[in-house]
Design a protein. Structure first.
Length: 104
């Protein structure tokens, strides 16, 4: 895979992420803000963007999102413990909400 193909993949991923974020915000604003770690201003801005604007924003050579985990230990706690999937999702949410609260 060459650099042009990688950049295209990043741009496609960005557009998919932005469109999903916008859809989540329109369906359940508060839950989407929590899941996407967005403040009110950013959430409102993303909801207001047109498809053309989303596409323009997606055409960068950098990912527009990042992992919500601050360190590898948080990921290890989630994937290393044998829990049922519902408990693992709850545990991941708790870890991520604590990380977000620490950055507020």
């Amino acid at each position: 895979m060459n650099i042009e193909e990688l950049l295209e993949e990043i741009q496609d991923t960005n557009l998919t992420y932005l469109m999903l974020a916008q859809r989540l915000l329109k369906e359940d604003y508060a839950a989407a803000q929590f899941r996407l770690k967005l403040d009110d201003d950013m959430a409102k801005l993303l909801m207001s963007l047109s498809t053309k604007q989303l596409s323009r924003l997606a055409r960068t050579n950098q990912f527009l999102f990042r992992l919500c985990f601050d360190n590898a230990d948080q990921v290890q706690k989630i994937v290393g413990e044998k829990r049922d999937s519902a408990m693992m999702q709850t545990h991941a949410s708790l870890l991520m909400s604590r990380a977000a609260a620490g950055h507020a």
